[in-house]
Ligand binder design. Structure first.
Ligand code: CP
Ligand code: NVA
Length: 304
């Protein structure tokens, strides 16, 4: 593994290796065992979109590993004044040891990885959110003791979260059921990928069908960052049907978990009541961003 650009690039073994190391780093952190495995390494954190969790967990994570974070706002960089991404990649590779980037374009981060000589980590694009989904897998495994054979259900927009969850769920042996309104399906490349999994993947417009016998239900906002101008149209498409609420969860298995990447729009994709009932699981999920990303940074940067 040279980069973390999307989970489609990773084997099941690589995903489980990240999760196992994340568990170990979490244990060590909780027990006061220092693990400065990236002493002196510098991560550049490039943000083009808002962030609470990603920024804080990456900065904290690299510090805990003995390294440093350099926060860069993409609008202050020459890349947004026309400097080619291939030149930006080659320059940054001369100064720092790794890049985490949050931006819209998946192809831009793929180009950074191609032309630079340091690891690139996707901190969210319009296509994928692999760091979040690694934390989700880690949390599900903590609560359920395994991933293989579980029924994962995603309700809502076929967005970056849906794309990454589908790939991650199938690669780790889960059955994945997704309910999206017509016209809001996951990316075509992801749907192509699911074909090799046959009946282990289902796409429907009926949330109740997707939630039946679920062990974990996940959701995300109806309008992602950058889609604010589509908000009204999206509310019309999702409202009254694509919501994680008590009634929907009555179709799920006993002890079904609920996960939300956050930030949540309570009253839209999830009710406040369900959110609070499952808040331990949801905030453990948020915490696990830290541990999962530390594992990714160690695997990509250590001994390099
Ligand atoms: N879930 C997530 O990525 O949160 P932030 O947007 O706050 O980073
Ligand atoms: N789908 C959301 C996830 C935020 C963490 C977005 O892209 O805004």
């Amino acid at each position: 593994m040279k980069h973390l650009l999307k989970l489609l690039d990773l084997s099941s073994e690589e995903i489980f290796k990240i999760l196992d190391l994340a568990d170990k780093l979490k244990y060590e952190r909780k027990h006061g065992i220092a693990h400065k495995r990236l002493e002196g390494k510098i991560m550049g954190l490039i943000f083009e979109k808002s962030s609470t969790r990603t920024r804080t967990s990456f900065e904290t994570g690299i510090f805990q590993l003995g390294g440093h974070a350099l926060s860069l706002n993409v609008s202050d960089m020459q890349i947004r004044r026309g400097e080619p991404v291939e030149d930006t990649a080659r320059v940054l590779s001369r100064y720092i040891d790794g890049i985490m980037i949050r931006t819209s374009s998946q192809s831009e981060i793929e180009a950074l990885a191609e032309f630079g000589s340091i690891p690139v980590i996707n901190g969210l694009t319009d296509f994928a959110h692999p760091c979040q989904v690694l934390a989700d897998l880690m949390t599900i495994r903590e609560y359920k003791g395994r991933l293989e054979g579980l029924n994962m259900c995603y309700i809502g927009d076929g967005n970056n979260m849906a794309n990454s969850l589908i790939v991650a769920g199938l690669k780790t042996g889960m059955n994945v059921r997704v309910a999206c309104p017509k016209g809001f399906e996951p990316a075509q490349t992801v749907l192509e990928f699911t074909k090799q999994y046959g009946e282990k993947f289902t796409l429907t417009t009926e949330p109740k069908d997707a939630a039946k016998n679920a062990d974990v239900v996940l959701t995300d906002v109806w309008a992602s960052m950058g889609q604010e101008h589509e908000r009204e149209q999206r509310v019309r498409a999702f409202e009254g049907k694509y919501q994680v609420n008590d009634e929907l969860l009555s179709y799920a298995n006993e002890g079904c978990m609920v996960q939300h990447c956050l930030p949540a729009h309570k009253g839209e994709e999830i009710t406040a009541c369900v959110f609070e009932k499952h808040s331990d699981e949801i905030f453990d999920e948020a915490e696990n961003r830290l541990h999962a990303q530390k594992a990714v940074m160690v695997l990509l940067l250590e001994d390099k």
